[in-house]
Design a binder for this molecule. Structure first.
Ligand SMILES: NC(=O)c1ccc[n+]([C@@H]2O[C@H](COP(=O)([O-])OP(=O)(O)OC[C@H]3O[C@@H](n4cnc5c(N)ncnc54)[C@H](OP(=O)(O)O)[C@@H]3O)[C@@H](O)[C@H]2O)c1
Length: 345
Protein backbone atom coordinates (compact mmCIF):
# COMPACT_ATOMS: atom_id res chain seq x y z
CA UNK A 1 0.00 0.00 0.00
CA UNK A 2 1.32 3.48 -0.84
CA UNK A 3 2.28 5.87 1.95
CA UNK A 4 -0.48 8.17 3.20
CA UNK A 5 0.86 11.73 3.11
CA UNK A 6 -0.13 14.28 5.76
CA UNK A 7 0.46 18.00 5.50
CA UNK A 8 0.50 20.40 8.45
CA UNK A 9 -0.89 23.95 8.40
CA UNK A 10 0.37 25.93 11.39
CA UNK A 11 3.64 24.40 12.64
CA UNK A 12 3.56 25.33 16.31
CA UNK A 13 3.68 23.47 19.63
CA UNK A 14 0.91 20.92 19.04
CA UNK A 15 1.99 20.28 15.44
CA UNK A 16 5.28 18.99 16.85
CA UNK A 17 3.45 16.50 19.05
CA UNK A 18 1.25 15.45 16.13
CA UNK A 19 4.30 14.91 13.91
CA UNK A 20 5.95 12.77 16.59
CA UNK A 21 2.77 10.66 16.75
CA UNK A 22 2.77 10.21 12.96
CA UNK A 23 6.22 8.67 13.32
CA UNK A 24 4.51 5.69 15.01
CA UNK A 25 2.42 4.82 11.95
CA UNK A 26 4.02 2.42 9.49
CA UNK A 27 2.35 3.46 6.24
CA UNK A 28 1.97 7.18 6.97
CA UNK A 29 4.35 10.05 6.40
CA UNK A 30 4.53 13.79 6.85
CA UNK A 31 5.04 15.17 3.36
CA UNK A 32 4.58 18.93 3.73
CA UNK A 33 4.34 21.73 6.23
CA UNK A 34 2.98 25.20 5.59
CA UNK A 35 3.25 28.36 7.63
CA UNK A 36 2.67 32.07 7.07
CA UNK A 37 6.33 32.33 8.02
CA UNK A 38 9.02 30.81 5.80
CA UNK A 39 11.36 30.64 8.80
CA UNK A 40 8.85 28.72 10.92
CA UNK A 41 8.15 26.22 8.13
CA UNK A 42 11.85 25.67 7.40
CA UNK A 43 12.71 25.29 11.07
CA UNK A 44 9.99 22.65 11.40
CA UNK A 45 11.42 20.77 8.41
CA UNK A 46 14.94 20.89 9.87
CA UNK A 47 13.69 19.50 13.17
CA UNK A 48 11.79 16.64 11.52
CA UNK A 49 14.03 15.74 8.60
CA UNK A 50 15.49 12.65 10.26
CA UNK A 51 11.97 11.24 10.81
CA UNK A 52 10.50 12.46 7.49
CA UNK A 53 13.37 12.89 4.97
CA UNK A 54 11.12 14.08 2.11
CA UNK A 55 9.31 16.76 4.15
CA UNK A 56 8.81 19.99 2.17
CA UNK A 57 8.32 23.51 3.60
CA UNK A 58 5.80 25.98 2.12
CA UNK A 59 5.67 29.62 3.08
CA UNK A 60 1.93 29.81 2.45
CA UNK A 61 -1.04 27.52 2.98
CA UNK A 62 -2.21 28.22 -0.60
CA UNK A 63 1.06 26.90 -2.05
CA UNK A 64 0.70 23.66 -0.10
CA UNK A 65 -2.94 23.34 -1.21
CA UNK A 66 -2.01 23.94 -4.88
CA UNK A 67 0.88 21.47 -4.81
CA UNK A 68 -1.53 18.48 -4.57
CA UNK A 69 1.13 16.67 -2.58
CA UNK A 70 -0.86 15.60 0.47
CA UNK A 71 -3.68 13.14 1.16
CA UNK A 72 -4.91 15.08 4.21
CA UNK A 73 -4.09 18.27 6.09
CA UNK A 74 -3.85 18.66 9.85
CA UNK A 75 -4.80 22.21 10.87
CA UNK A 76 -3.03 23.39 14.00
CA UNK A 77 -3.08 27.17 13.95
CA UNK A 78 -5.02 29.60 16.16
CA UNK A 79 -8.69 28.96 16.96
CA UNK A 80 -9.55 32.13 15.05
CA UNK A 81 -7.85 30.75 11.90
CA UNK A 82 -9.42 27.27 11.75
CA UNK A 83 -12.45 28.12 9.61
CA UNK A 84 -10.60 30.01 6.89
CA UNK A 85 -7.79 27.45 6.76
CA UNK A 86 -10.15 24.46 6.67
CA UNK A 87 -12.18 26.02 3.86
CA UNK A 88 -9.03 26.64 1.83
CA UNK A 89 -8.19 22.93 1.76
CA UNK A 90 -11.74 21.57 1.72
CA UNK A 91 -12.65 23.72 -1.28
CA UNK A 92 -9.92 21.87 -3.20
CA UNK A 93 -11.32 18.53 -2.03
CA UNK A 94 -8.41 17.92 0.38
CA UNK A 95 -9.39 15.97 3.54
CA UNK A 96 -9.00 17.96 6.77
CA UNK A 97 -8.30 17.06 10.39
CA UNK A 98 -8.88 20.27 12.33
CA UNK A 99 -7.60 20.90 15.86
CA UNK A 100 -9.99 21.47 18.73
CA UNK A 101 -11.80 23.73 19.33
CA UNK A 102 -13.11 23.03 15.82
CA UNK A 103 -13.83 26.76 15.36
CA UNK A 104 -14.73 29.80 17.44
CA UNK A 105 -18.45 29.02 17.44
CA UNK A 106 -21.23 26.90 15.95
CA UNK A 107 -21.84 29.27 13.03
CA UNK A 108 -18.24 28.91 11.82
CA UNK A 109 -18.43 25.14 12.36
CA UNK A 110 -21.59 24.93 10.25
CA UNK A 111 -19.86 26.76 7.40
CA UNK A 112 -16.87 24.40 7.57
CA UNK A 113 -19.14 21.35 7.49
CA UNK A 114 -21.14 22.80 4.58
CA UNK A 115 -17.89 23.43 2.69
CA UNK A 116 -16.78 19.81 3.26
CA UNK A 117 -20.14 18.53 1.99
CA UNK A 118 -20.16 20.89 -1.01
CA UNK A 119 -16.75 19.59 -2.06
CA UNK A 120 -17.30 15.98 -1.00
CA UNK A 121 -14.25 16.15 1.27
CA UNK A 122 -13.50 14.37 4.54
CA UNK A 123 -13.56 16.53 7.68
CA UNK A 124 -12.98 15.66 11.34
CA UNK A 125 -12.33 17.51 14.59
CA UNK A 126 -8.98 16.50 16.09
CA UNK A 127 -10.55 15.44 19.39
CA UNK A 128 -7.68 13.03 20.00
CA UNK A 129 -9.06 11.83 23.37
CA UNK A 130 -11.78 9.81 21.61
CA UNK A 131 -9.23 7.62 19.86
CA UNK A 132 -6.88 6.89 22.76
CA UNK A 133 -6.69 3.26 23.97
CA UNK A 134 -8.01 4.22 27.43
CA UNK A 135 -11.09 5.96 25.98
CA UNK A 136 -11.70 3.00 23.65
CA UNK A 137 -11.50 0.67 26.68
CA UNK A 138 -13.92 2.84 28.68
CA UNK A 139 -16.43 2.78 25.79
CA UNK A 140 -16.01 -1.01 25.68
CA UNK A 141 -16.60 -1.37 29.47
CA UNK A 142 -19.75 0.73 29.20
CA UNK A 143 -21.00 -1.13 26.12
CA UNK A 144 -20.43 -4.44 27.95
CA UNK A 145 -22.59 -3.24 30.82
CA UNK A 146 -19.80 -3.19 33.40
CA UNK A 147 -21.26 -0.15 35.17
CA UNK A 148 -24.90 -0.60 34.13
CA UNK A 149 -26.75 2.51 33.02
CA UNK A 150 -24.64 5.66 33.12
CA UNK A 151 -26.23 8.09 35.59
CA UNK A 152 -23.58 10.72 36.30
CA UNK A 153 -20.24 12.01 35.02
CA UNK A 154 -17.99 14.39 36.94
CA UNK A 155 -14.85 15.95 35.67
CA UNK A 156 -12.29 18.45 36.87
CA UNK A 157 -9.79 19.66 34.34
CA UNK A 158 -7.29 22.39 34.99
CA UNK A 159 -3.74 23.49 34.19
CA UNK A 160 -1.67 26.61 34.77
CA UNK A 161 -1.81 28.10 31.26
CA UNK A 162 -2.04 31.80 32.20
CA UNK A 163 1.56 32.21 33.26
CA UNK A 164 2.71 34.70 30.62
CA UNK A 165 0.99 37.71 29.08
CA UNK A 166 1.61 36.66 25.48
CA UNK A 167 0.10 33.18 25.70
CA UNK A 168 -2.70 32.58 23.17
CA UNK A 169 -4.85 31.08 25.94
CA UNK A 170 -5.25 34.48 27.67
CA UNK A 171 -5.98 36.50 24.52
CA UNK A 172 -9.63 37.02 23.58
CA UNK A 173 -8.61 38.12 20.07
CA UNK A 174 -6.99 34.69 19.60
CA UNK A 175 -10.06 32.79 20.80
CA UNK A 176 -8.51 32.06 24.20
CA UNK A 177 -10.15 31.03 27.46
CA UNK A 178 -10.79 27.88 29.49
CA UNK A 179 -13.89 26.84 27.55
CA UNK A 180 -12.31 26.60 24.11
CA UNK A 181 -8.90 25.52 25.32
CA UNK A 182 -9.87 22.80 27.83
CA UNK A 183 -13.66 22.90 28.29
CA UNK A 184 -14.40 21.29 24.93
CA UNK A 185 -12.82 18.06 26.23
CA UNK A 186 -15.40 17.39 28.97
CA UNK A 187 -18.21 18.71 26.72
CA UNK A 188 -17.18 16.20 24.07
CA UNK A 189 -16.74 13.38 26.60
CA UNK A 190 -20.18 14.01 28.12
CA UNK A 191 -21.70 14.01 24.63
CA UNK A 192 -20.05 10.63 23.98
CA UNK A 193 -21.48 9.21 27.22
CA UNK A 194 -25.01 10.59 27.17
CA UNK A 195 -25.60 10.78 23.40
CA UNK A 196 -28.60 13.12 23.63
CA UNK A 197 -28.54 16.89 24.14
CA UNK A 198 -28.67 18.51 27.58
CA UNK A 199 -32.07 19.89 28.50
CA UNK A 200 -30.71 22.24 31.16
CA UNK A 201 -27.36 23.98 31.75
CA UNK A 202 -26.36 25.87 34.87
CA UNK A 203 -22.93 27.49 35.06
CA UNK A 204 -20.62 29.92 36.86
CA UNK A 205 -17.56 31.66 35.44
CA UNK A 206 -14.44 33.57 36.52
CA UNK A 207 -13.25 36.10 33.96
CA UNK A 208 -9.67 37.25 33.50
CA UNK A 209 -8.88 40.94 32.98
CA UNK A 210 -8.27 40.14 29.31
CA UNK A 211 -11.96 39.19 28.94
CA UNK A 212 -11.52 35.42 28.58
CA UNK A 213 -12.96 32.85 30.98
CA UNK A 214 -10.12 31.69 33.24
CA UNK A 215 -12.32 29.05 34.87
CA UNK A 216 -15.89 27.81 34.90
CA UNK A 217 -18.18 25.25 36.42
CA UNK A 218 -21.10 23.79 34.49
CA UNK A 219 -23.84 21.28 35.25
CA UNK A 220 -25.72 19.58 32.40
CA UNK A 221 -28.96 17.61 32.65
CA UNK A 222 -29.51 14.98 29.95
CA UNK A 223 -33.10 13.89 30.50
CA UNK A 224 -34.79 12.10 33.32
CA UNK A 225 -35.65 8.65 34.63
CA UNK A 226 -38.66 7.93 36.74
CA UNK A 227 -38.07 6.97 40.36
CA UNK A 228 -40.50 5.94 43.05
CA UNK A 229 -40.76 9.43 44.53
CA UNK A 230 -40.24 11.56 41.42
CA UNK A 231 -37.53 12.00 38.78
CA UNK A 232 -33.80 11.56 38.76
CA UNK A 233 -31.77 13.36 36.09
CA UNK A 234 -28.87 11.99 34.05
CA UNK A 235 -26.32 14.62 35.01
CA UNK A 236 -22.78 15.68 34.10
CA UNK A 237 -20.71 18.36 35.77
CA UNK A 238 -17.35 19.93 34.95
CA UNK A 239 -14.98 22.27 36.71
CA UNK A 240 -12.46 23.66 34.23
CA UNK A 241 -9.59 26.11 34.64
CA UNK A 242 -6.65 27.41 32.64
CA UNK A 243 -5.33 29.14 35.77
CA UNK A 244 -5.21 26.28 38.29
CA UNK A 245 -3.92 22.74 38.23
CA UNK A 246 -6.77 20.34 39.00
CA UNK A 247 -6.78 16.54 39.32
CA UNK A 248 -7.86 16.05 35.69
CA UNK A 249 -10.04 13.06 36.48
CA UNK A 250 -13.27 11.93 34.89
CA UNK A 251 -15.60 9.80 37.00
CA UNK A 252 -18.49 7.98 35.33
CA UNK A 253 -21.05 6.52 37.73
CA UNK A 254 -23.55 3.89 36.69
CA UNK A 255 -26.16 1.69 38.34
CA UNK A 256 -23.71 -1.23 38.74
CA UNK A 257 -20.31 0.41 39.11
CA UNK A 258 -18.12 3.37 38.31
CA UNK A 259 -15.10 4.22 36.17
CA UNK A 260 -12.40 6.66 37.10
CA UNK A 261 -10.10 7.97 34.36
CA UNK A 262 -6.86 9.64 35.42
CA UNK A 263 -5.76 12.46 33.10
CA UNK A 264 -8.79 11.65 30.98
CA UNK A 265 -7.93 14.00 28.10
CA UNK A 266 -4.64 12.20 27.48
CA UNK A 267 -6.00 8.79 28.51
CA UNK A 268 -3.42 7.80 31.10
CA UNK A 269 -5.33 5.05 32.95
CA UNK A 270 -8.84 3.90 33.82
CA UNK A 271 -10.14 1.92 36.78
CA UNK A 272 -13.45 0.06 36.96
CA UNK A 273 -15.03 -0.48 40.37
CA UNK A 274 -18.05 -2.76 40.84
CA UNK A 275 -21.01 -2.52 43.12
CA UNK A 276 -20.71 -5.14 45.85
CA UNK A 277 -23.30 -7.51 47.33
CA UNK A 278 -23.88 -5.04 50.19
CA UNK A 279 -25.25 -2.53 47.64
CA UNK A 280 -22.27 -0.16 47.93
CA UNK A 281 -19.27 0.16 45.66
CA UNK A 282 -16.28 -2.04 46.46
CA UNK A 283 -13.27 -0.42 48.09
CA UNK A 284 -10.82 -1.59 45.38
CA UNK A 285 -11.16 -1.48 41.59
CA UNK A 286 -11.91 -4.79 39.86
CA UNK A 287 -9.82 -3.84 36.84
CA UNK A 288 -7.26 -1.18 36.02
CA UNK A 289 -6.34 -0.44 32.42
CA UNK A 290 -3.01 1.34 32.11
CA UNK A 291 -1.57 0.76 28.62
CA UNK A 292 1.98 1.61 27.71
CA UNK A 293 1.88 5.23 26.49
CA UNK A 294 3.25 5.11 22.96
CA UNK A 295 4.77 8.36 21.67
CA UNK A 296 2.51 11.41 22.09
CA UNK A 297 -0.87 9.70 21.55
CA UNK A 298 -1.78 11.77 18.47
CA UNK A 299 -1.16 8.79 16.17
CA UNK A 300 -4.56 7.29 17.01
CA UNK A 301 -6.62 10.17 15.59
CA UNK A 302 -4.30 10.26 12.57
CA UNK A 303 -4.88 6.52 12.03
CA UNK A 304 -8.64 7.17 12.04
CA UNK A 305 -8.24 9.81 9.31
CA UNK A 306 -6.14 7.45 7.20
CA UNK A 307 -8.63 4.63 7.59
CA UNK A 308 -11.63 6.86 6.78
CA UNK A 309 -10.03 8.55 3.77
CA UNK A 310 -8.77 5.27 2.34
CA UNK A 311 -12.23 3.75 2.61
CA UNK A 312 -13.87 6.80 0.99
CA UNK A 313 -15.69 8.01 4.13
CA UNK A 314 -16.43 11.72 4.48
CA UNK A 315 -16.60 11.73 8.27
CA UNK A 316 -15.66 9.56 11.23
CA UNK A 317 -18.20 7.43 13.11
CA UNK A 318 -16.16 7.92 16.31
CA UNK A 319 -16.06 11.72 16.04
CA UNK A 320 -19.01 12.63 13.79
CA UNK A 321 -19.51 16.19 12.59
CA UNK A 322 -22.96 16.34 14.20
CA UNK A 323 -21.29 15.86 17.60
CA UNK A 324 -18.64 18.44 16.84
CA UNK A 325 -21.38 20.91 15.96
CA UNK A 326 -23.20 20.02 19.16
CA UNK A 327 -20.04 20.71 21.24
CA UNK A 328 -19.63 24.12 19.61
CA UNK A 329 -23.33 24.94 20.13
CA UNK A 330 -22.98 24.06 23.83
CA UNK A 331 -19.91 26.27 24.06
CA UNK A 332 -21.95 29.11 22.49
CA UNK A 333 -24.68 28.60 25.09
CA UNK A 334 -22.18 28.77 27.94
CA UNK A 335 -20.53 31.91 26.56
CA UNK A 336 -23.98 33.49 26.18
CA UNK A 337 -24.60 32.82 29.89
CA UNK A 338 -21.29 34.54 30.70
CA UNK A 339 -21.50 37.42 28.23
CA UNK A 340 -18.27 36.50 26.45
CA UNK A 341 -18.14 37.47 22.77
CA UNK A 342 -15.09 37.09 20.54
CA UNK A 343 -14.05 40.10 18.47
CA UNK A 344 -15.83 40.05 15.10
CA UNK A 345 -18.59 37.70 16.23
N1 LIG B 1 -5.07 18.46 20.86
C1 LIG B 1 -4.36 19.00 21.81
O1 LIG B 1 -3.95 18.34 22.76
C2 LIG B 1 -4.00 20.44 21.71
C3 LIG B 1 -3.03 20.96 22.57
C4 LIG B 1 -2.66 22.28 22.41
C5 LIG B 1 -3.27 23.05 21.45
N2 LIG B 1 -4.24 22.53 20.66
C6 LIG B 1 -4.90 23.36 19.64
O2 LIG B 1 -3.97 23.51 18.56
C7 LIG B 1 -4.05 24.83 18.02
C8 LIG B 1 -2.67 25.46 18.05
O3 LIG B 1 -2.17 25.50 19.36
P1 LIG B 1 -0.58 25.67 19.62
O4 LIG B 1 -0.40 25.72 21.08
O5 LIG B 1 0.18 24.67 18.83
O6 LIG B 1 -0.35 27.12 19.02
P2 LIG B 1 1.00 27.92 18.72
O7 LIG B 1 2.18 27.02 18.86
O8 LIG B 1 0.98 29.16 19.52
O9 LIG B 1 0.80 28.36 17.19
C9 LIG B 1 0.44 27.46 16.17
C10 LIG B 1 0.36 28.20 14.85
O10 LIG B 1 -0.68 29.22 14.93
C11 LIG B 1 -0.31 30.37 14.21
N3 LIG B 1 -0.12 31.51 15.14
C12 LIG B 1 0.32 31.45 16.43
N4 LIG B 1 0.38 32.70 16.95
C13 LIG B 1 -0.02 33.54 15.98
C14 LIG B 1 -0.20 34.96 15.91
N5 LIG B 1 0.06 35.75 16.94
N6 LIG B 1 -0.63 35.47 14.74
C15 LIG B 1 -0.92 34.70 13.69
N7 LIG B 1 -0.78 33.35 13.71
C16 LIG B 1 -0.34 32.78 14.83
C17 LIG B 1 1.01 30.04 13.54
O11 LIG B 1 0.70 29.50 12.27
P3 LIG B 1 1.65 29.84 11.02
O12 LIG B 1 2.98 29.28 11.39
O13 LIG B 1 1.02 29.19 9.87
O14 LIG B 1 1.65 31.32 10.89
C18 LIG B 1 1.59 28.98 14.45
O15 LIG B 1 2.51 28.16 13.82
C19 LIG B 1 -5.12 25.57 18.83
O16 LIG B 1 -6.34 25.49 18.14
C20 LIG B 1 -5.21 24.76 20.12
O17 LIG B 1 -6.49 24.80 20.73
C21 LIG B 1 -4.59 21.23 20.76
Amino acid sequence: MSMFRFGIAGPGAIARRFAAGLGELADVTLAAVASHSKTRAEEFVREHQSLFPKLIAYDSYEKMADASLVDAVYISNLNTQHQKTAELFLSRGIPVLCEKPFALNAAQSERMIACARDHNAFLMEAMWTRFLPVTVKVREWIRDGRIGTVLRAYCDFGMELMTEEDRRTVAIEKGGGALLDLGVYPLSFFGMLFKNRPTEIVSTVSKAVTGVDSSFEAVFRYGQRNRLFGNDYFTAAASVSIDTLLSNQMKIIGTKGYINIQDFWMGRSAAWTERGDDGFFKSEPSEIFCPEYRSTGYQYEAAEVVQCVRSGKKESDVMPLSETLHIMALADRLRAQWGIVFPGE
